[in-house]
Each structure stands twice: as C-alpha cells, then as structure tokens.
Design a protein around this ligand. Structure first.
Ligand SMILES: C[S@@+](CC[C@H](N)C(=O)[O-])C[C@H]1O[C@@H](n2cnc3c(N)ncnc32)[C@H](O)[C@@H]1O
Length: 384
C-alpha cells in the first residue's frame, strides 16, 4: 500500500473524496486543499486518468520531524532518489507550508534541491538540471509546524489541463473546478444543462465528458511516465479498459449562450476539438434575450465579475435584472451562480437556498443555489 495526497480547488475536498473512493482509493481523508488516501501504486495511474476534480496526485515518499533546514536536508539526503529517476531528468522542487517556523521557504526549497542533486551526483557522477517551467520530475515538500513530508508529483502538468483547450475566452474556469461544481450541484445527464454565459464552454464540455464517461486525461501525458518505475504495459491496459467503458452516444443535451460572438466561436472550437457537437448547442445570445430551452433543467453559470470600481457599479446595476429574468422566465429550474462578487445575493433580490464557499485559484467565491419555483417572485415581494 502506498500513501498519496490529491490536491484540489478549496471547497471541493468533499466531492473529491467521494470521487476517489469510487475510483478505488482507501482511507480517504479530506483536509483543506485536498484529500489523503491509500492504495496500490498503480491506483495513481487510474486517478490521474479518471479524476475530474483533482488538481494533482502526489505520492508520499518520505517524511521527518524537523526544527531547521538542516534536518530537512539530512532527511532528503537519506531518500533513494536514484530508484525514482536518473540525473538525465530535469527537476523542480516546490514547497508549501502551514505554520512552519522556517524563515524562508525559498531557502528550504534550495536545500532539498541540493540534497537531491548531491545524492544523484554521488551515485551517477552527474547532477540533474533544474527546470522550473517544464521539469520532468516535480518534487513537493509539505511543511507543518514540525513535520516535513516529501512527495513525488505523479501528475506533471496540473490535471485541469485536459489537453483539449485550444481557445480561451475571458477568465475561463478551470476544468476541475467546473467538474466539481457539477458534482456539488448534483447534476445528472438526464437533466438539461444550460450555461447562459458560457464563455469558452467549460461547464458544458465537462458535463458532456461526464455523461459520455470519457476519461478527462485521455489526451495528455503524466508525470509518472517519467519515473523509473513506470509500468508501460499496465498503463496501456488501463487506458484500453477505460476506453471500452465509454458511452458511445448519449441522449443528454447541453445548451450554451453568450452575448459575445468571440466567446461562442471559442466554445465551438473547443467543442469541435473533442467531437462533442451532437451534444452541445451553442448560440450567440444575451441573457436578457435568452429563453429556457426546456421547461425544467439546471442552469449553471459564472457571470462576469468586476475588479475596478466602474465595473462593480455596472454589475450592481445589472444584477437586479439578472434576478428578475431568473424569476420570470426560469421557474421550474434550479440555478447555480458562481461568483467572486459576494454582493450578488443581496442585490439580485432572490434568496439562495444554499451558499458554498469555493476558491477559483486565489479568488474566494460562492456558489449560490436558487430553486426557481413558480411564485418565487411573489414570495420575494411579500418578504420585502
Ligand atoms: C467569467 S466569463 C465565463 C467563463 C466561462 N465559464 C468559461 O469557462 O470560459 C463570463 C462570460 O459572460 C459573458 N456575458 C457577460 N454579460 C452577458 C450577458 N448579459 N449575456 C450573456 N453573456 C454575457 C461574457 O461574454 C463572458 O464570456
């Protein structure tokens, strides 16, 4: 049994834990920012290939108690780096810390890099080069107040890079955040999905891939392929098995609107890259002119949010309209709005039935849920 840690956008730890359990992980322990789990080494192939919510899968290779950088250097020197990779691979060391007493994380990162290089030079007569942009091997150091944990990153590029995005619009959502939100919303392929401000189409594409049971990692490479223990045969067998589990066609239909012609063109390009045209209908249309494509369904969207004062003022004037359209035209629907603008709930004059804190990168957001039952308009009026 090996120990792993899967990272994810904050707020998705619970749904990530459920997903990992379904993929065969054991002792699943969600904490802030990810989920620890155990399993045989080959489980990391499956999770990298099939997880829609994880950002990275880290393999725990060692740990120590520490008081200063020298303790961490000494522990890193004792690890058998040569069993995992050779001095021909480029490396990068990254450090994350919670409550660490160390003065400089850059310095401890450097010490770990030195330890790895020293071990490989002694064994092979040559030290590996550092490549901070596209390294072959990523080493992660995680520090708490008195414990240091060493990980090898089995993902390489973060897993939200699915390998299909050829075009991006304004502030595209990370694919794993979109997939996690679909899970939080409890969306199932039998329900109509509408994103009326779809931008590059991330929600629609992730939903359709879910409905098709297509593994999100089919079109990309992974960090574990660069490690010495890479089992090419097991990996190819897994990929073949996962392909045969795909649904060849589905009835499910998703709808995307955006007022920007460029955004719709980009969404079309992304949809076409995956051959998803039969399942996603895209139309240039503003929300103000939109109509629900079916009597009931799930609306999931992340509207534009402002940073500058003028933008915030324009949005504040627009939110009541957004709320009115939801109430007037979308009764029978359930709506989810992801936004970093926490004023929206008040200004829209619509009472959310749930608010879930989520992070889009470093940006704190809320996912607001609205049950748009017929008569909600009257209720709001009565309340006010
Ligand atoms: C934050 S982006 C959405 C990004 C999208 N989730 C993605 O992953 O690419 C907001 C989108 O809303 C669109 N938009 C802004 N106001 C709109 C309106 N009134 N009606 C429809 N779309 C609108 C913008 O063109 C932009 O593409």
């Amino acid at each position: 049994m090996e120990q792993f840690f899967a990272t994810c956008p904050r707020g998705l730890e619970g749904v990530l834990g459920e997903e990992l359990t379904a993929l065969g992980a054991q002792d699943v322990r969600p904490v802030d920012g990810g989920t620890g789990f155990r399993g045989p080494y080959a489980l990391c192939y499956r999770i990298n290939l099939e997880s829609r919510i994880a950002s990275r899968v880290l393999w725990r290779i060692g740990h120590c108690r520490y008081r200063d950088e020298n303790d961490i250097y000494a522990a890193a020197r004792k690890l058998q780096w040569t069993q995992w990779f050779s001095s021909n691979e480029t490396i990068r060391v990254e450090t994350a810390a919670i409550k660490s007493p160390l003065q400089s994380l850059d310095f401890v990162t450097l010490r770990v890099k030195d330890a790895v290089c020293d071990v490989l030079r002694e064994a092979e007569g040559k030290r590996p080069d550092v490549d901070t942009r596209a390294p072959d091997v990523r080493i992660h150091l995680f520090l708490t107040a008195d414990e240091a944990v060493f990980y090898l990153d089995t993902s390489g590029d973060p897993l939200f890079k699915r390998g299909w995005r050829s075009a991006t619009g304004e502030a595209p959502l990370r694919e794993n955040l979109a997939a996690g939100i679909l899970k939080l919303a409890g969306w199932t392929p039998e329900q109509t999905l509408l994103d009326p401000m779809c931008g590059s189409g991330t929600f629609l594409i992730e939903a359709t891939l879910m409905a098709l049971k297509r593994a999100p990692g089919m079109n990309r490479r992974f960090g574990f392929e660069k490690l010495r223990n890479f089992d090419h045969k097991a990996w190819e067998t897994l990929r073949t098995q996962v392909v045969t589990q795909e649904n060849k066609s589905i009835k499910s239909m998703s709808y995307g609107h955006d007022r920007s012609g460029d955004a719709i063109a980009q969404a079309r390009q992304n949809v076409a890259a995956l051959g998803l045209e039969p399942y996603i209908e895209l139309k240039q249309c503003s929300f103000e002119d939109s109509k629900p494509p079916t009597p009931t369904g799930v609306l999931i969207t992340n509207p534009p949010y402002g940073v500058r004062l003028e933008e915030l003022e324009v949005l504040a004037a627009w939110y009541p309209k957004l709320g009115d359209i939801l109430k007037q035209r979308y009764s029978g629907w359930t709506a989810y709005i992801l936004t970093a603008d926490l004023r929206i709930a008040k200004i829209m004059r619509l009472k959310p039935s749930r608010r879930t804190p989520l992070f889009n990168g470093a940006l704190e957001c809320r996912l607001f849920k609205y049950e748009l039952v017929a008569g909600s308009m009257r209720k709001v009026k009565e309340e006010s």
